[in-house]
Design a protein around this ligand. Structure first.
Ligand code: AMP
Ligand code: FE
Ligand code: FE
Ligand code: ZN
Length: 281
């Protein structure tokens, strides 16, 4: 069984529609795939319908933008939650709005030095999709400033760049609790991705575990080798689910479907714990 539990469509910052993504997953030889767009679930229905046609197992998911007490960015994967649970929807609305405000600020800063505008970013972000730096990267590509998203993230858009602006987001322990209330299964995404920016202190892990964290995404290309070893120890000590995933974003990122996989027994634990919505496996 080839199981990949973290992918993005153009409902957020992936480059393929949910249907195209399901076709790519099937072509890549996956048996089960999760769609985990940033801060929204509007791709679920299309993806589930396409997966059914292809005989592909589908797990509905989402990646929630959070920020811990030290101002460090945390991404929390949620699987099988009820997408209509209002307290969670309220937080997601706040995230989507603060992302827009923050993206506009980044674009204003960039526009002082580069030929880009908010309108140009809009040409690279579908109406209603979750805006992020990848869409700004696409505008920079269109303006001829960089070759691709990766080059944009290497300096201009990195979290260490002078054009970087952060945005307020829900505390990760609060998000864990909301996901559980919605019947979902919360998994900490790429927790040791030190190349992306600061990683959270151990205390943030313990707060999330106390709030009901179900698992950690260990096998992800952005986690350091020492980080993976530390996460496996943490998972053993606290009986956490261990996942592995590609974090595929279509042509927007180097990550390839199936480059990291989740063991069937771990997927079974997610299915057993998730009560907010159905899988189609
Ligand atoms: P944001 O959500 O606006 O903070 O932007 C972060 C997003 O950019 C993440 O979801 C990543 O998927 C994406 N990202 C980070 N690094 C890269 C990269 N090198 N190439 C393409 N996309 C990236
Ligand atoms: Fe992304
Ligand atoms: Fe992420
Ligand atoms: Zn992701």
């Amino acid at each position: 069984m080839r199981i990949d539990l973290h992918t993005h469509s153009n409902v957020s910052d992936g480059t393929e529609t949910p249907s195209e993504l399901m076709r790519a997953a099937s072509a890549a030889g996956l048996d089960v795939v999760a769609l985990t767009d940033h801060d929204q679930t509007s791709g679920w229905d299309e993806a589930a319908a396409q997966a059914r046609k292809l005989g592909l197992g589908f797990v509905p998911g989402m990646e929630i933008t959070c920020q811990d007490a030290h101002g460090i960015s945390v991404h929390l994967l949620s699987y099988l939650h009820d997408p209509t649970y209002q307290p969670l929807l309220d937080e997601l609305d706040r995230a989507l709005n603060s992302r827009i405000i923050r993206a506009r600020r980044i674009v204003d800063l960039l526009a002082e030095d580069y030929p880009i505008s908010w309108d140009l970013v809009g040409e690279h972000c579908l109406p209603g999709s979750t805006v992020g730096r990848p869409h700004i990267a696409d505008a920079l590509v269109a303006a001829g400033v960089v070759e691709n998203r990766n080059e944009a993230f290497a300096n201009i858009l990195s979290s260490r760049s002078r054009y970087y602006v952060s945005h307020p987001a829900v505390n990760p322990a609060t998000a864990v609790q909301l996901v559980r209330e919605a019947g979902g299964v919360p998994v900490f995404a790429h927790p040791k991705a030190s190349a992306r920016g600061r990683v959270v202190p151990d205390s943030t892990f313990y707060e999330m575990i106390d709030a009901g964290l179900a698992g950690v995404e260990v096998h992800h290309r952005d986690n350091t080798a020492e980080g993976k070893a530390w996460l496996l120890d943490l998972a053993a000590e606290h009986d956490l689910i261990v996942t592995g995933s590609s974090d595929y974003h279509g042509t927007g990122k180097l990550n390839r479907l199936g480059e990291n996989l989740t063991e069937p027994g771990m997927l079974q634990r997610i299915i057993d714990e998730g009560t907010g919505t159905q899988t189609s496996i």
